[in-house]
Write a protein that binds this ligand. Structure first.
Ligand code: PFF
Length: 456
């Protein structure tokens, strides 16, 4: 398989097989969103009802949108921006639809700026795990360890820099080089390790409580904002409305069935998130920790579990290494929209990756600081919705809860109303009959309802 993505106007090299695409797409989808974000936002939003809404968002909006984005990517065959320009022209529609591509590229870039900081946390955890520091650690000490990391801008900056460097390295070489091999080995290993952690959770005596928390919906705990968070997370976790799936779709061969392949990717992604929840919440309850503790949830809970397990240092090291790799295969796809766009504009891949990575790294420093020195800097306090949100919180909110739902809405409008159904049918085959009414009516209406309740 060639790792050479060519410049303007030339159709890029393609994935070697359907399997390669699945692995790249799963590599993009499965990341911090599943293992770090899903458990903590589930904890913050009261559990079961939130999980149910999240699953509904995946099924009714996320999955059909993934099919739409991969299809658009394959038809356009370029960066998300180039693809939208191309497809809009092919359909005889206004050039303004290219805005979908621009917003997606901006969203993925903004996500990358903080994603790299969080991914960086895995590295000191690998070192602590390997040195046996988690052996028998109590929950309050684990909490203090995590607090110490956040309080140190120097450490955070160091690991943020290393992680961004790793991302640029792969991106500069072409995303498909090395990615295929790495992902096919690492994703299954991560899956097995999560199963081991779930098995451990079963012995904790609190598994039932955790399962009830995750799967017994209590709708009185559900707010309109929680629905928006669940929706935003459905896009975030599936790498939608941020160009990644469109960019990867551009490298997809004609013969590959888009609908079935998307179903596999969405199922794997959802499976990993639910397993992560089942691994983490028994530990939370067994140790009297707070489910709504926020972004530190897995970094505080998992060391406690590993610390009590036979062979814990080994498993803990392996786990954080795998989490690092899962984040890496996602971050590469976060940079891809921008790099492929710049590449089309004549900038070499290497320069585009280094330039894009450098700016994302710089902006990422504001996330580093918002975890410590600037933790009191909450610039949008005048709006009730943004009250108390640091810069990091704002980047997260802006991308997942505003840009992605909007991008998804316009994408659904485009494929549902502006594109000739014969064109989408040619890409989606038999699935088109089900997909089309969903993306034309159900997805946009569901999105409008969520917007409505959040605005009022
Ligand atoms: N899906 C990734 C995760 O769950 O960690 C995050 C992500 C990757 C979002 C790529 C968006 C994207 F384009």
């Amino acid at each position: 398989m060639s790792n050479n993505v060519q410049g303007a106007g030339v159709r890029p090299a393609q994935w070697s097989s359907r399997f390669a695409f699945i692995m790249a797409a799963v590599g993009s989808a499965v990341g911090l969103g599943n293992i770090w974000k899903f458990p903590y936002i589930t904890g913050e939003n009261g559990g079961g009802a939130f999980v149910l809404v999240y699953l509904a968002c995946i099924a009714v909006i996320g999955l059909p949108l993934m099919m739409a984005e991969v299809m658009l990517g394959r038809r356009g065959g370029q960066s998300p921006i180039g693809t939208m320009a191309q497809v809009a022209a092919d359909e005889g529609r206004s050039r303004s639809w290219v805005g979908i591509g621009f917003m997606a590229t901006l969203a993925s870039f903004l996500i990358l700026t903080f994603y790299s900081v969080i991914a960086g946390w895995t590295m000191p955890y690998i070192l602590s795990a390997a040195s046996g520091e988690f052996g028998g650690i109590a929950a309050k000490d684990s909490d203090a360890l995590f607090g110490g990391l956040l309080a140190s801008p120097g450490q955070l900056l160091l690991w943020h820099s290393v992680f961004m460097g790793l991302t640029v390295l792969v991106s500069a070489g072409g995303v498909r080089h090395g990615l295929e091999r790495a992902v096919t080995k690492l994703m299954p290993a991560l899956f097995v390790l999560l199963l081991i952690l779930v098995g451990y959770g079963m012995t904790s005596g609190h598994f039932g409580e955790a399962a009830a928390f995750l799967f017994r919906p209590d709708f009185s705990a559900l707010t309109a904002e929680a629905v928006l968070v669940a929706l935003g997370h459905a896009f975030f976790t599936l790498s939608l409305a941020s160009g990644a799936m469109m960019a990867y779709g551009a490298y997809l061969k004609k013969e590959v069935p888009i609908a079935r392949t998307s179903v596999v990717v969405a199922l794997m992604d959802t499976g990993v998130a639910l397993l992560a929840g089942l691994a983490i919440f028994p530990i939370v309850f067994a140790n009297g920790l707070e489910p709504g503790a926020g972004p530190g949830l897995i970094f505080v809970t998992l060391p406690v579990a590993f610390g009590q397990m036979p062979g814990g240092s080994f498993f803990a090291t392996l786990f954080f290494v795998l989490l690092l790799f899962a984040a890496w295969t996602s971050s590469i796809s976060l940079l891809e929209s921008l790099v492929s766009y710049l590449n089309e504009k004549g900038v070499s891949r290497v320069k585009a990756a280094i330039g894009g990575g450098l700016v994302a790294w710089l902006v990422g420093i504001t996330t580093v600081l918002s975890l410590n020195e600037w933790s009191g800097f909450t610039p949008l306090d005048m709006f009730a919705r943004f009250e108390g949100k640091t810069l990091f919180d704002l980047y997260d909110y802006l991308t997942a809860n505003i840009m992605m739902p909007l991008g998804a809405f316009f994408t659904a409008l485009f494929v549902g109303w502006k594109m000739k159904p014969a064109h989408s049918a040619a890409e989606l085959g038999g699935w088109h009959r089900v997909w089309f009414p969903v993306i034309r009516y159900l997805s946009p209406i569901a999105l409008l309802i969520v917007f409505y309740f959040n605005l009022w």
